[in-house]
Ligand binder design. Structure first.
Ligand code: T1G
Length: 692
């Protein structure tokens, strides 16, 4: 095996190169390699400075997440950072790609940094439920001040090279390769170099810092890592450097052994795993030309996702008026992004220029991919696809964005169904990351692979789903909705139900969400199917359709989107309870959470059993990215493992008996896994499947 770290000495400058694909993660071997290289270079008499650089697509992207929880070999990353910082000659980091987490901590321990333009730099530890474990907060605060350091560490989002330069985090940004510039800088630095730890922390006692801290903590209640980052920063300010870093290391060890970090690490790998699809066809067909049918909110959002990824799209709708309205909506979205400074005005213009329009379906003739995003009408969709088959090239991929219709029924009109697939985007499609790739009975592996690849190119997180009512996400939501209505019937109020799920970690309660999207949609679906949710139906039948009518489960003041508990709704609910002959009872938060979450997990188990989802972790990815499931709980199927499957199976049996609703009985898979003392993760690993 080739060594992941090598060094050379040329004209007084030592060069340490890390080559550990794919992302130069800091494995045991890499840490030891850098340390040994420094020792060897330190013994060279002619040495005047050292440059640390990486081969391949990126600088070090952090600790090796796969080694967490496994035995670590010396040196620790903190020891390595100390060794770099105390090196008697200047050490300069040459950055490109990403310098993240432990990679950034190494760069911070260096005496100066040069970055290729476009390098992204950050401390994503918080996203893994951790704090920077090797003095990152302490050194960062000394370079950029307390307030900026807090912002960078708490958000976990990378900053780009220009911003890093403006903050003094990198000393030079170059549009060429960074190593030669790093060598030049290394030669110019004074000897012996100034260690970062000796610098003061600016803004340590500012009101601005306290304000940021209070705001951040209120937004992340219940999460351990953000609070621990704040504590780490306070220690950086109050304690001697070595003591502060030693305390960080203890906190890091506690956090990494904890349930929240395990859940977040699960989420990280689950998202990458979801994009993997066993197929002999590689990544599928290269897609260059995309047409989208339907310039409504959904079609426009999808078009924006392509435009953001630098891919030109043709937006097609039947009338110029619809197109103008669609473009105006897109324009106003861009205006908002520019005013929020999330993109520049130039970038907004470039993106808009990538969206062309047409009123004629025939303009889709040379597309490699057509995505249909018109309203949910089976006949209309059938008509569109049968037209497209005649218009488009035989290998053009035809995708429907339907969320509610049967993919195979739509495909029925096609002669070549292998190239037909569902691509279910979530609203707002320019923001939401999830894309369910729905596989019809005849969809080919190559078509699925192409859809996954294009979804990844536009920064979506694809999850393959079989074809069934609601696919993965909405099918599970429907189970929760039934229980939400049941809770209301039995004694809970909308604000209590919503508060329970918010306490669990969802950003919004389901009833407030329903009010936002409009209650009439669900109502008409229920009517069509002949099902009934007594409370939901009564709310709609009283004329309350949600925010758009000023009231639904809540009331809304004119121009406001803040839900306010409404005694009128409570009275309406009372009436339904009286009609149903229910004597209301009280539920505490924990009981409500169990009654809403466990049926959803049960449905997930059925989805798995039926082969609708390839893996339990895919179901988690759907919920994390499409439905606001708290990431630090890992998703419903991971959460089930934390609670214990037998506990869940028992409770479900109890709920089924109590309500007489047999559909609540635990699924066969859930019972079997619970009996084996296993988790859904064990199922994913395949260890239990053979026994099944
Ligand atoms: N460890 C192990 N594997 C990693 C990895 C890591 N840090 N980062 C990526 N991979 C794998 C990934 O699973 C995938 O594998 C392949 O690399 C390509 O990744 C002590 C505690 C760098 C921006 O959180 O954000 O340092 O699926 O598909 O889209 O304080 O990967 O191909 O088998 O994502 O080009 C902090 C995590 C660690 C960075 C590249 N670092 N990585 O994105 O490729 S904690 C992170 C990323 C830490 C210290 C602490 C991204 C990327 P496979 P990819 P990409």
């Amino acid at each position: 095996m080739t060594e992941p770290v090598t060094w050379t000495l040329d004209n007084g400058i030592g060069r340490i190169e890390i080559d550990n694909p794919p992302v130069n993660a800091l494995s045991n071997a890499v840490r030891k390699g850098i340390s040994d290289a420094l020792k060897a270079l330190g013994d060279e008499r002619s040495l005047t400075a050292v440059v640390i650089a990486c081969a391949g697509r990126t600088f070090i992207a952090g600790a090796d997440i796969r080694e967490f929880g496994k035995p670590r070999q010396p040196p620790t990353l903190a020891e390595l950072c100390d060794q770099i910082e105390r090196f008697p000659h200047p050490v300069v980091a040459a950055l490109h790609g990403t310098a993240l987490g432990g990679g950034f901590e190494i760069a911070l321990a260096c005496h100066a940094r040069v970055a290729a333009i476009g390098t992204r730099i950050g401390l994503p530890e918080v996203k893994l439920g951790l704090i920077p474990g090797a003095g990152g907060t302490n050194r960062l605060a000394r370079i950029v001040g307390a307030v900026e350091a807090l912002q960078i560490a708490l958000s976990g989002d990378p900053i780009d090279s220009d911003r890093a330069h403006a903050l003094g985090l990198v000393d030079k940004v170059t549009d060429g390769e960074p190593v030669s510039q790093a060598v030049a800088l290394a030669r110019a630095l004074k000897q012996p170099p100034v260690p970062t730890r000796s610098l003061p922390i600016e803004g340590a006692e500012s009101a601005a810092l306290e304000e940021r801290i209070a705001k951040a903590l209120s937004k992340t209640a219940g999460q351990h890592a953000p609070a621990a980052i704040v504590e780490s920063l306070r220690r950086a300010i109050a304690l001697p450097f070595d003591e502060a870093v030693a305390a960080d290391r203890e906190t890091f060890a506690d956090l990494s052994a904890g349930a929240q970090s395990k859940a977040l690490r699960h989420a990280f790998f689950a998202e990458r795993q979801a994009a993997k699809f066993d197929s002999p066809v590689g990544s599928g067909k290269r897609i260059e030309k995309v047409a989208i049918l339907g310039a409504g909110t959904m079609g426009g959002g999808i078009a924006m996702s392509f435009a953001a990824a630098g891919i030109a799209v043709l937006l097609i709708d039947t009338g110029t008026e619809a197109l103008e309205r669609g473009l105006a909506r897109i324009q106003s979205n861009y205006d908002r992004s520019v005013s929020r400074k999330s993109i520049s005005a130039d970038e907004a213009e470039r993106r808009l220029a990538r969206i062309a329009t047409a009123t004629d379906r025939a303009s889709a003739a040379d597309a490699d991919l057509v995505i249909e995003a018109v309203f949910e009408d089976m006949d209309l969709k059938k008509q569109i696809f049968s037209d497209l088959e005649a218009i488009c090239a035989p290998d053009c991929i035809l995708a429907s964005n339907t969320s509610a219709l049967d993919i195979d029924a739509i495909a029925h009109v096609l002669k070549h169904r292998d190239r037909f697939v569902g691509m279910h985007f979530f609203s707002p499609a320019n923001v939401m990351k999830l894309c369910e790739i729905v596989r019809g009975a005849d969809t080919s592996a190559a078509t699925i692979a192409s859809a996954i690849t294009v979804a990844r190119r536009i920064a979506k997180i694809p999850v393959v789903s079989g074809n069934c009512d609601g696919f993965i996400g909405n099918r599970m939501v429907a189970k929760r909705s039934a229980q939400v209505d049941r809770l209301l019937q039995q004694g809970a109020l909308p604000q209590q139900v919503d508060a329970a799920l918010k306490a669990f970690g969802f950003p919004m309660g389901p009833l407030a969400i329903n009010d936002m999207s409009g209650l009439d949609i669900g109502y008409s679906i229920r009517k069509r199917r002949g099902t009934s949710f007594p409370i939901a139906d009564a709310v709609v039948e009283s004329g309350r359709l949600g925010q758009k009518t000023g009231g639904g489960y809540y009331r809304y003041e004119a121009g406001s989107r803040t839900p306010i508990a409404d005694p009128e709704v409570a009275a309406l609910i009372e009436q339904v309870r009286a009609r149903l002959g229910v004597v209301p009872r009280e539920f505490d938060e924990g009981q409500m959470i169990e009654r809403m979450i466990y049926p959803l997990i049960n449905e997930g188990a059925k989805i798995l059993e039926e082969g609708i989802a390839q893996r339990a972790s895919d179901i988690d990815v759907v919920w994390l990215n499409g439905y606001g499931f708290p990431r630090w709980r890992g998703g419903p199927m991971f959460h089930a493992g934390t609670v214990g499957l037998s506990e869940i199976a028992q409770k479900l049996t109890l709920f089924a008996e109590e309500t007489g609703d047999a559909s609540l009985m635990p699924s066969a898979l859930l019972v079997r896994l619970a009996g084996a003392g296993a988790t859904f993760d064990d199922w994913d690993k395949g260890t239990l499947r053979d026994a099944a």
